[in-house]
Every structure is written in structure tokens, then in C-alpha cells.
Design a protein around this ligand. Structure first.
Ligand code: URA
Length: 217
């Protein structure tokens, strides 16, 4: 019988493989998360996905209705808008790690519809435990906060998006964050002209983020 010899792994790939295995384990643990009451009504935990060492980590607020059913982040309307923006930036979504500040869908049932509700500070704080571990294992070049709730969760302080979007914000541990709009906020704009302009701003913030991330060693 032919002997198959294992090809030795390059040294640099080893920590990456170890981190990939750890994050897989973390996602399995998160599937049983009961750190806050949101797990009771949600279908499942929606953990982050993407490669270790991603150029950019995109952090949203929380999964929406479709994400809750699919078990994957940003696969609904907001995800399609994010994908359209990434396409304009020329950034492959596969080169990013996509996650949320809160990993369970919070909603209010109205008839057959499940209406999104913002997570409260306690829920955000409880979920920070997972986000911190994702930061530590993925080690992205740059974190991009999608919307004010995600930015507040990451920075631990509220920000005014209109004043800070697209700028580098420093974290106490030396890492950097760029905040931009949440794609759902763009989708909710009733006026087509405003929506178009906001989408253009969103794309330019993401372009800026990619430029910053690529300049990092
Ligand atoms: N909105 C978010 O913030 N995250 C998702 O995954 C989907 C919609």
C-alpha cells in the first residue's frame, strides 16, 4: 500500500491552526450560552465566522430574524447591503471576520412578525465575554463597528456616529476601531436620495477602513 507522508506545516501556520481550533470550540460553547436571558426566545446562538488573522473584523449589533433562523451573521437584508458595499470596496467577505456584539436575536412578537429590539447594556455586557475572545483569537488588523450599538459595545462608551464615523478610535489595549453606519439604518431610510448618499458614505468608510488595515504590520 502507498504510504502517505504528512507534509510538515510551515511554522507560521501553526498558531493560526491552533486559534482556528480554539474558535471552533468557542462557537460550540456559545451554542449553549445562558449568560443573559436572550437565549430563551432566540432560535440559536449566531456566532461569528471568518478566518483567523482576518484583515478586518466587522461587528454588527445582533442577529436579525433571518440570521436567527439560519444561525449565521448578516445573511438577511442587512447582510445583502453589506455584501454590496464590500463588492464596491473590492473586499472579499471571506477575508473578513463577521460577528455581532450580541449573539442572540432580541425581538418583540407582533402577530406573525418578530420585530427587532435593541439589546440593553446588561445584555451587551454579558455578551462581551464572547466578543473579547473573538478579538483575542482572530487578531484582526482593524475592527469595524457597524452602528452606534456595536461601537458602544466595543468602546465601552457611547459615540455620536455622525461625528466619529470613518475615523480611527483607539481602544485602551492599543487596538483600533473604525465606526460606520449599520446597513439596517441605511435600509430604513424612507428617502431614496438619502439612502443612496448614506450607502456612498458607508462604502467610503469601508474603503478608509481597508486602507488603515492594510497599512498595519
Ligand atoms: N444586523 C446585525 O447587526 N447583525 C446581523 O447579523 C444581521 C443584522
Amino acid at each position: 500500500m502507498m504510504q502517505v507522508r504528512a507534509v510538515p506545516e510551515p511554522e507560521a501556520a501553526k498558531p493560526r491552526h491552533a486559534a482556528a481550533a480554539q474558535i471552533k470550540k468557542l462557537a460550540e460553547e456559545a451554542a449553549h450560552c445562558e449568560r443573559c436571558p436572550l437565549y430563551r426566545k432566540a432560535t440559536q446562538t449566531v456566532f461569528g465566522e471568518g478566518p483567523i488573522g482576518a484583515l478586518i473584523m466587522l461587528v454588527g449589533e445582533q442577529p436579525g430574524d433571518q440570521e436567527d433562523r439560519a444561525g449565521r451573521p448578516f445573511v438577511g437584508p442587512a447582510g445583502r447591503m453589506l455584501d454590496a458595499a464590500l463588492a464596491q470596496v473590492g473586499l472579499d467577505r471571506g477575508a473578513t471576520y463577521v460577528t455581532n456584539a450580541v449573539k442572540h436575536f432580541k425581538y418583540e412578537q407582533r402577530g406573525k412578525r418578530r420585530l427587532h429590539k435593541h439589546p440593553n447594556r446588561g445584555e451587551v455586557q454579558a455578551c462581551r465575554w464572547w466578543l473579547d475572545r473573538e478579538f483575542a483569537l482572530v487578531r484582526p488588523k482593524l475592527v469595524v463597528a457597524l452602528g452606534a450599538v456595536a461601537a458602544h459595545a466595543i468602546l465601552n462608551r457611547p459615540i455620536v456616529l455622525a461625528r466619529t464615523r470613518g475615523r480611527i478610535l483607539a481602544l485602551p489595549d492599543g487596538r483600533s476601531v473604525v465606526a460606520t453606519m449599520h446597513p439596517s439604518a441605511i435600509l430604513r431610510m424612507p428617502d431614496e436620495t438619502a439612502r443612496r448618499q448614506a450607502f456612498g458614505n458607508f462604502v467610503s468608510d469601508l474603503k478608509q477602513a481597508v486602507k488603515i488595515a492594510k497599512s498595519r504590520p
